[in-house]
Design a protein around this ligand. Sequence first.
Ligand code: SF4
Ligand code: SF4
Length: 179
Amino acid sequence: MSSAIEALKALAEGFGTTFKHLGRKPITEQYPEYKRPLPERTRARIVLTCDPGGDERCVACFLCSAACPVSCISMEAAERKKDGRRYAGWFRINFGRCIFCGLCEEACPTSAIQLTPDFEICKRDVLSMVYEKEDLQVNHGGKDREYNFYRYAGVVTLVRGKGEHVKETEPVNIRSNMP
Ligand code: SF4
Ligand code: SF4
């Protein structure tokens, strides 16, 4: 008996929801004429950003590639002759496989790789979903425009040594730390 009452209650709730919406005016968004503004954190098309000085942020550390659950990021590391700074000689993302999980962005130590709200990248030809470095690079810092990995991270380059970066103290000589 109680199960019959529960079933009737569930039925009434279902019909209640239906009747509640019957009198409402429909909300129809005319896409693509109207594009609803999406939150900045929406995870869609991936870009490679640059630091405030205009240098590419990616240091070809492979962390994004290692974190990617579908292995759709590949690259080759290179080193700049003038200051020893690492960069990606080539960088490739296969958007045909990408599931827009955002793990690459989470893993990136330099804020280079970022997901954007631009979701209109679908194509019929799956081969055209393979984006090269020049298709991914943008000329701004994306979500964190002021961040400059090389100024903060303490990485030694030909331009700055240990202890010469922002908020960095001189390295300790461990041989002087005698009891
Ligand atoms: S969003 Fe996810 S699936 Fe896409 S490239 Fe990044 S880690 Fe890989
Ligand atoms: S995008 Fe970020 S995580 Fe990926 S290789 Fe470049 S610096 Fe490393």
